[in-house]
Design a protein around this ligand. Structure first.
Ligand SMILES: N[C@@H](CCC(=O)N[C@@H](CS)C(=O)NCC(=O)O)C(=O)O
Length: 176
């Protein structure tokens, strides 16, 4: 089987995919892959990355003829099709499953937009008292407090909770 090709953009949430593959190798489930690191040009994707997928963003995975974007989809695909026995993805019959499911999706569907709205509004130079800025900053604080509260619960070392252990939900939470 030809190695997977992992397209990673420097300093970005596409870090999740090399991290996932590294964790699989550490747990004796190495998946052959080629890591292609793209440099920002100067902020957005360079032409070689733009050419790969209509969304012009990283990460992008190539598996033979398949071209797949979206870090969450890539993680699920790699675990389901290349490492089905990995403990990094929790299944419905396993303890910690609903925590795993929730935090895996919350990372990209909730926290990530909160952070991006803040970053964007800060760059507009609006005064801190502007209601739009106050609103997005409050929402980010709410999100981070919610995450902290979960991680402060007894026995919760990883996002999937005391029984779930380290999982792909922790990997999804990375934001660079
Ligand atoms: N929701 C997507 C986000 C993809 C995305 O926006 N990637 C950024 C890096 S964090 C990117 O490629 N930025 C360069 C650009 O948009 O030109 C995912 O999780 O894969």
């Amino acid at each position: 089987m030809p190695p997977l090709k992992v397209h990673h953009l420097q300093y970005s949430q596409s870090e999740r995919i090399p991290w996932l593959l590294h964790e699989l190798a550490l747990t004796n489930q190495p998946i052959p892959y080629e890591l292609i690191i793209h440099r920002r040009a100067p902020y957005f994707s360079p032409p070689a990355l733009v050419a790969l997928h209509p969304m012009k963003a990283a990460p992008v995975l190539e598996d033979g003829p398949l071209i797949l974007a979206e870090s969450g989809a890539i993680i699920e695909y790699v675990l389901d099709t290349h490492a089905p026995s990995s403990t990094l993805k929790l299944r419905p019959n396993q303890p910690g499953y609903t925590n795993y499911l929730f935090w895996f999706h919350w990372a990209n569907a909730n926290l990530q937009p909160c952070i991006m709205r803040c970053v964007t509004l800060v760059r507009t130079g609006l005064p801190d008292s502007h209601p739009a800025k106050v609103g997005v900053v409050e929402r980010l604080h709410t999100a981070l407090a919610f995450l902290d509260a979960h991680l402060r619960e007894d026995g919760v070392e990883w996002l999937a909770g005391p029984e779930g252990g380290f999982s792909a939900a922790d990997i999804m939470m990375v934001f660079l």
